[in-house]
Design a protein around this ligand. Structure first.
Ligand code: SIN
Ligand code: FE2
Length: 215
């Protein structure tokens, strides 16, 4: 079977997506309750909002952040900022359980001493998608990206260093963690429109936590 034509089902195992990129199936599942509780606490202070791209497009994914800085987009560009523009206050601090899981997952994928100071929280409702992009607003590309999936399953696209490189599709389910760094740090990736469904803990949504060392 051609890997690039099929969905690779996530079984309880680790799959290499590319040199430097690993899917750790179910890695975060044992922490689902504290992770979801922490998301609720953050969202109470910094609600999800649909950001506008520099091109004026409203993103279908709703976002918020926790940590010393948060990722934001507006008509002037993409950046990390210590202040939530909606509240004028600092972003809620990164919960200990977030930092712990991110560091453990990074270590498992071969990246020791990962201490992210930003966690972007993405909320996908049915139909929401994230177009192919690189995570490149960080200053330190020696550190990986750690991405935790919760809730409804999604199809993750993972490509190469050029936008036109072929992408492989992976099904990400509740508790899966993807880590990409080293030679894969600037790989293009995205998420296909979320199919509708009902998750026992999160209902009709997918929540993704993306941890970054930004500076
Ligand atoms: C992201 O690229 O920021 C999020 C990826 C995901 O939702 O799995
Ligand atoms: Fe990304």
């Amino acid at each position: 079977m051609d890997l690039f034509d099929g969905i690779v089902e996530s079984e309880p195992r680790n799959i290499q997506l590319a040199p430097g990129a690993m899917l750790l199936s179910g890695f975060a599942r044992p922490f689902e309750v504290p992770l979801i509780e922490a998301v609720h606490t953050i969202v109470a202070r910094a609600p999800f909002r649909h950001l506008v791209t520099p091109g004026g497009h409203r993103m279908s994914v709703a976002m918020t952040n926790s940590g010393a800085v948060g990722w934001i987009s507006d008509r002037t560009g993409y950046r990390y900022d210590a202040i939530d523009p909606h509240s004028g206050q600092p972003w809620p601090p990164m919960p200990a359980v977030f930092a712990e899981i991110a560091a453990q997952a990074a270590a498992k994928a071969g990246f020791a001493d990962f201490h992210p100071e930003a966690c972007l929280i993405n909320r996908y409702e049915p139909g929401a998608k994230l177009s192919l992009h690189q995570d490149k607003d960080e200053l330190d590309f020696r550190q990986p990206i750690v991405s935790v999936s919760l809730g409804l399953p999604a199809t993750f696209l993972f490509g190469g260093l050029n936008r036109t490189d072929r992408t492989a599709r992976y099904r990400l389910t509740h508790g899966d963690v993807v880590v990409w760094g080293g030679p894969a740090r600037l790989a293009y990736h995205g998420v296909m429109p979320l199919p509708d469904g009902e998750h026992p803990l999160l209902g009709r949504q997918r929540i993704n936590l993306t941890f970054r060392k930004t500076r």
